[in-house]
Ligand binder design. Structure first.
Ligand SMILES: C[S@@+](CC[C@H](N)C(=O)[O-])C[C@H]1O[C@@H](n2cnc3c(N)ncnc32)[C@H](O)[C@@H]1O
Length: 238
């Protein structure tokens, strides 16, 4: 009898970023996603998530959308403040794992291009390592703005362009090509991490993303580099 690895080849998306391919790829890595993340980033992801929570500074009574929340690893930290946090994601696999790990959170299925929320619902929206996976960046940023209250905040954490030349060169020529191998060692789907490396290389740098946020109607756009620009944290107001 054929086993499942013979019948279903490992899934990965392409830079066309079709929603169905993206969802299917994340469904396939959901179970091992959090562990693979920690291994691949050598634990640095914890500091990046902490920086997002500190920037949002959620307060009890506020409602925060954690978009592209995956398994809710950041949603749970945001919710520790006493704010109501709504983790939302496209991938049923990620939502299922998230609901098992954090049953206290109200995981919601939704596509960033057509969010299942009314206008001006949220005091703040976070999106960590999610925006890069959406084909229409400006369209998604406009849709996020629609569901954000006037003067409400957006905080984006995303892989970016390291600014010191030496760090950038080592990152692009050594670190990114190694990611699929590291993912395989962490027992995850290596080809999904080929997509990760390609999508990071093709992603706009810090200034260009800020320009796209302004194009989508966001105000007071600022950013700070984390880990020398390997990650950038952009923030803005609706
Ligand atoms: C790299 S994971 C990040 C998950 C989580 N935010 C974290 O920091 O661990 C990207 C997530 O974005 C989700 N995603 C991709 N496209 C999306 C879309 N159009 N709408 C909602 N979620 C999306 C994927 O399903 C996946 O869970």
């Amino acid at each position: 009898m054929p086993n499942s690895s013979q019948t279903s080849p490992p899934r990965r998306a392409t830079l066309g970023k079709r929603s169905a391919d993206i969802a299917s790829m994340f469904d396939g890595v959901a179970a091992g996603y959090d562990l693979t993340n920690t291994v691949m980033t050598a634990g640095m992801d914890k500091g990046w998530r902490r920086a997002v929570v500190e920037t949002v500074d959620p307060q009890p009574g506020q409602v925060v959308l954690d978009l592209a929340a995956g398994t809710g690893v950041s949603s749970v930290e945001l919710a520790a403040s006493g704010a109501t946090v709504v983790p939302c994601d496209l991938s049923v696999g990620m939502l299922t794992v998230g609901r098992q790990r954090h049953p206290q959170l109200g995981f919601t299925a939704g596509d960033a291009m057509r969010l299942p929320f009314g206008d001006k619902t949220f005091d703040a929206v976070t999106i960590l390592f999610g925006l890069r996976n959406i084909a229409d960046t400006v369209g998604a940023l406009r849709e996020i703005r629609r569901v954000t209250k006037p003067r409400g905040r957006l905080v984006i954490a995303e892989f970016s362009t390291p600014k010191p030349w030496l760090v950038r060169t080592a990152y692009h020529k050594v670190v990114l090509p190694m990611l699929p191998q590291i993912a395989r060692l962490a027992a995850s789907n290596g080809v999904a991490y080929d997509y990760l490396a390609e999508s990071i290389k093709a992603w706009p740098d810090q200034l260009r993303l800020a320009e796209l946020m302004i194009e989508a109607g966001w105000n007071v756009v600022e950013w700070q580099n984390l880990s020398r620009g390997i990650v950038a944290l952009h923030r803005a107001r609706a």
